[in-house]
Design a protein around this ligand. Structure first.
Ligand code: XUL
Ligand code: CO
Length: 440
């Protein structure tokens, strides 16, 4: 059975195309800096938003009209798998991601849930035999069900901790079975609401123990995925422990987990933490911990996680700049953890949304690559820090001086001269590069 009957395979038709079901900029085979666009961008579809999300919000019920709406239970789960692989094929997207509960309904007991999962995982595995689409990552949903009310691996209740451990054990087995390239932890309920009832030290220690057990079990079963932490400061929990990349690095290093984990950085989570997307990517990159990306965008007028499809070219350009500087994403990819707006309820809007996101990142890739080739920002930055390339600056950079020598140097100084930071000139140049994208 097919579900998206209005749309044929989406192809690249170039910037002047008026076909809404064509890529204008994403040309998978086009070579940019020695690699195809497909290799650079490694797009992925988020199962939860695209095949499960119903458009409900805290004030209203679902609005989405989906060609699998007539099904329920395991039939619905199976219809979604069929629809998903049709969608992957039509959009020519190389990866997808899911939470356990996205693909199979939870049963009465954990054993029933496993049974449902096993059946659907088998079906997905079968589809993957003939599909070109692979699993970027899977994860365990440990935030929706009421059992996670006080957290999962940071719950005050050890039974919940054990239940969470079982879910992750199963998730690692599923990841191995389906050849996942990464395994993600997003701790939506791993945090606290008030310190008045919280033993933060025990919760953090328990969380670290949990991650160590996951690392050990993956090793034991020969699952060589990259582990990823996805930071977010808040929502649903008031204060989440994986607040942002800096907090995540401190946690991972404190508990000796840094060699096993990288970050899955989500644009809207970055802005919720009061950072730009590129700040989070940059910080992870300079620590060699940039693993993967949840590609979406927030709304500067709204203080919550709106998970919009990424269309802001300024941001996609700066994100691709960081990714290119990182030498790519390795096993990671650009996963559209993004949902169509509640008013975009037709099934075909799913195509429009993904095409918009893919074209936006393709533009970002081309512009960022040209910026790098022309050393636009490199030259600015090298020049700005050139005082560290010789004389006293070089001594500082080489760890070859001390406070006494620096004092003597400072006492000998005349008036200190500064250079302009010129950020307005740099931004104008960036605009020129963006507007010239069709020339690259
Ligand atoms: C929630 C979020 C999650 C993770 C996976 O904000 O981003 O969907 O990506 O659990
Ligand atoms: Co996410």
């Amino acid at each position: 059975m097919t579900f998206f009957n209005d749309v044929e395979k989406v192809q690249y038709e170039g910037p002047r195309s008026t076909n809404p079901y064509a890529f204008k900029y994403y040309n998978p085979e086009e070579i940019v800096a020695g690699k195809t666009m497909a290799e650079h961008l490694r797009f992925s579809i988020a199962y939860w938003h695209t095949f499960v999300g119903d458009g409900s919000d805290p004030f209203g019920v679902g609005t989405m009209q989906r060609p699998w709406d007539q099904y329920s239970g395991m039939d619905l789960a199976k219809a979604r798998v069929e629809a998903a692989f049709e969608f992957f094929e039509k959009l020519n997207v190389p990866y997808f991601c899911f939470h356990d509960v996205d693909v199979a309904p939870e049963g009465e007991t954990l054993a029933d849930t496993y049974k449902n999962l096993d059946e659907i995982v088998l079906m997905i595995k079968d589809y993957m035999k003939t599909s070109k689409t692979k699993l970027l990552w899977n994860t365990a949903n440990m935030f929706t069900h009421p059992r996670w009310i006080h957290g999962a691996a940071t719950s005050p209740n050890a039974d919940v901790y054990a239940y969470a451990a079982a879910k992750v054990k199963k998730g690692l087995e599923i990841g191995k079975e389906l050849g996942a390239e990464n395994y993600v932890f997003w701790g939506g309920r791993e945090g606290y609401e008030t310190l008045l009832n919280t033993n933060m030290k025990l919760e953090l220690d328990n969380l670290a123990r949990f991650f160590h057990m996951a690392v050990d079990y993956a090793k034991e079963i020969g699952f060589d995925a990259q582990f990823l932490i996805e930071p977010k400061p808040k929502e649903p929990t008031k204060h989440q422990y994986d607040f942002d990349v800096a907090t995540g690095i401190a946690f991972l290093k404190t508990y000796g987990l840094d060699e096993h984990f990288k970050f899955n950085i989500e644009a809207n989570h970055a802005t919720l933490a009061g950072h730009t997307f590129e700040h989070e990517l940059h910080l992870a990159r300079i620590h060699d911990m940039l693993g993967s990306v949840d590609a979406n965008q927030g709304d500067t007028l709204l203080g919550w996680d709106t998970d919009e499809f990424p269309t802001d070219l300024y941001t996609t350009t700066l994100a691709m700049y960081e990714i290119l500087k990182n030498g790519g994403l390795g096993k990671g990819g650009l996963n559209f953890d993004a949902k169509v707006r509640r008013g975009s309820f037709e099934a075909n809007d799913l195509f429009h949304a993904h095409i918009a996101g893919m074209d936006s990142f393709a533009i970002g890739l081309k512009v960022a690559n040209q910026l790098l080739e022309d050393r636009v920002l490199e030259d600015v930055i090298d020049n700005r820090y050139k005082s560290y390339q010789s004389g006293i600056g070089q001594k500082i950079a080489n760890n070859d001086t001390n406070l006494k020598e620096l004092e003597a140097y400072a006492l000998s100084l005349g008036e200190i001269k500064h250079s302009s930071g010129q950020q307005e000139r740099i931004k104008a140049t960036l605009n020129q590069y963006l507007l010239r994208v069709n020339e690259y």
